[in-house]
Design a protein around this ligand. Sequence first.
Ligand SMILES: Nc1nc(O)c(N)c(N[C@@H]2O[C@H](COP(=O)(O)O)[C@@H](O)[C@H]2O)n1
Length: 155
Amino acid sequence: MTIYFYKVDEPYGCFSNFSPHGIRRKGLHWPTVEHYYQAHKFIGVEDESIITEIRNAPTPDEAAKLGRDPSRTIRSNWDWVKLGIMREAVLAKFLTHLEIQAILLATEDLLIVEDSPTDYFWGCGADRTGQNHLGQMLMSVREEIRGRLQEKASS
Ligand SMILES: Nc1nc(O)c(N)c(N[C@@H]2O[C@H](COP(=O)(O)O)[C@@H](O)[C@H]2O)n1
């Protein structure tokens, strides 16, 4: 069995980066993982005010829209750093919100796939041949949290 997720209001919607589970990083609150991820496209660029604008965006869709604005220049090393930034945020989300941590752990060793019809990098794309980096990340975070809990239980 494979777990497919995409929209927040559909099954396993809490696995989406758009789900309303805030994280705290470096003293700041981020309303969703998507806000954090999109804002980090602009670290070190000339006009960093966009970072605050994205953090304050009323919805993750609005944050994504700002982060994807083609008229803005994103940091030059984005493709090198984006996986690490996303993993840090996804791990923080599932360490913070124990109710969704339980949902993630309950998937045991099932394959998790972001069923995005358009995204072939983070999701599986329309024909399900995409790289599914978000699904892979969720499985890796699941493994890490399981290990941490086992370590805690045996100490
Ligand atoms: N719910 C949802 N709506 C969309 O429109 C999406 N593209 C996604 N996928 C997420 O989008 C993020 C990637 O954004 P960039 O293309 O790098 O700007 C990432 O969080 C995907 O999981 N989800």
